[in-house]
Design a protein around this ligand. Sequence first.
Ligand code: ADP
Ligand code: GLC
Length: 490
Amino acid sequence: MSKPARKVSAAPPAPPAGTVLSVASECAPLVKTGGLADVVGALPAAMAPLGWELRTLIPAYRGLKERLDRAESLWRDDDLFGGPAQVLAGRSAGLNLLLLDAPHLFDRAGTPYLDEAGRDWHDNPLRFAALSWAAARIAQDGLSDGWRPDLIHAHDWQAGFAPLWTQGATPSVMTIHNIAFQGIAPSSMLSELRLPWDRFNPDGYEFWGNISALKAGLVSADAITTVSPTYATELTTPEFGFGLEGVIRARADVLSGILNGVDRQAWDPATDANIAANYSAGDMNGKSLCAAALREEFGLDAADGPLCIVVSRLTRQKGLDLLLESLPVLTGAGGQLALLGTGEADLQDGFQQAAARDPGRIGVRIGYDEALAHRMFAGADAVLVPSRFEPCGLTQMYGLAYGTLPLVARTGGLADTVIDANDAALRAQVATGLQFAPVTAEALSLSLRKLCTLFQRSGTWAKMVQRAMAHPVGWDASARDYARLYEKLT
Ligand code: ADP
Ligand code: GLC
């Protein structure tokens, strides 16, 4: 959570197009557990040059209020789901933030979703219903400074009730960052969550007898987006839809996939203040210094093979159990691994044991460390992303930007951002990485072997690195897509 503060964009102000209330549970660099935060944090600066003014509403988790400059209270509620609340407006890290200050719900130790013992907060349904409620009130009544959004942009289940409560009054976009998380609550909470009884049915927010916050958003938003075109298609299938594929199919006319971008202010090897030496496609010298520093930091031997990294939540989604199985193939072919991640205990243990068995070739850090992540992208040759499903994925794009070639599973946004080095693509000189399918340990092993072979063809590899670094990963095209959508709805 220690990204450098973004610089305020120097772009000339665009004619005003409209105002948007962006609602989410995370926003980088203030609070981040994954890519959702990166995207929510980057969207305002991406949309500003197109004339869209975004204000971002997130909960005032412990310690966040102190990071707000010139905080002003612009909204109050004496009883927001069990206690008094206010919305504090102010600037932080170049963002126009609205913090929902409701101490009874958010002023706690732990992460946004988990208590100190790593369990879901028992009142998560209530906490994020409160976030959505405040968003809906702001959309309907405005803030006391007179600001009222033309549109609500709700991110993931934590904001899912906002489109339900504002339906017909304020246009809304519901963005699915990950359909595996749906915000399910028992039907006994219906009145506590202030939900309308008449929508508790299969066409509304009811999901197999329970309440689903994400489904509430999906059935009531004016538009649904997800974070890559391929994931938009995958979501309509039982394999990827997590039970909501029927709902998505029924709303296919308003569904689109808009690829995430990378915040180039924070992720650019030419300016990144976290790394041992800066470099660019035109001058790659710094990258070998970064590589040496990274090997030293992870205690890895000097080597002729590729230094691979993983920076990830350690969960089943990310397919890292497959990588554990395939590790002997990688090291056997001369490759090395440096992994940074936190998550499921068996994966943490598995990687730590692998590192203990082979310390010169495998290095593991269990934890969350933003600055180390930057050093890893700068110093590595390849980044591995063997996800079973991946709505968009950001680390493969950081890999492209840093000339650290991505080896990815052919799914979701991974399939949309990496051009596989098959023979045709190599001949046509378009490849930027490797894709494998199906998502099995066998296919991953084959791909790792291919990676090590390709790495030895240093001319081919260097060309792929150049192409990867030239691949556009910024927000430009996607910001235009969002602007077109916002315009259509307002
Ligand atoms: P997801 O949101 O599913 O976790 P993404 O690839 O979209 O996956 O985004 C993950 C983000 O979190 C990236 O910015 C990545 O660098 C960061 N990240 C994940 N794990 C760690 C960690 N242990 N330390 C630092 N950054 C991490
Ligand atoms: C989710 C997805 C990830 C995506 C991120 C930002 O966490 O798992 O693929 O990149 O959201 O949209």
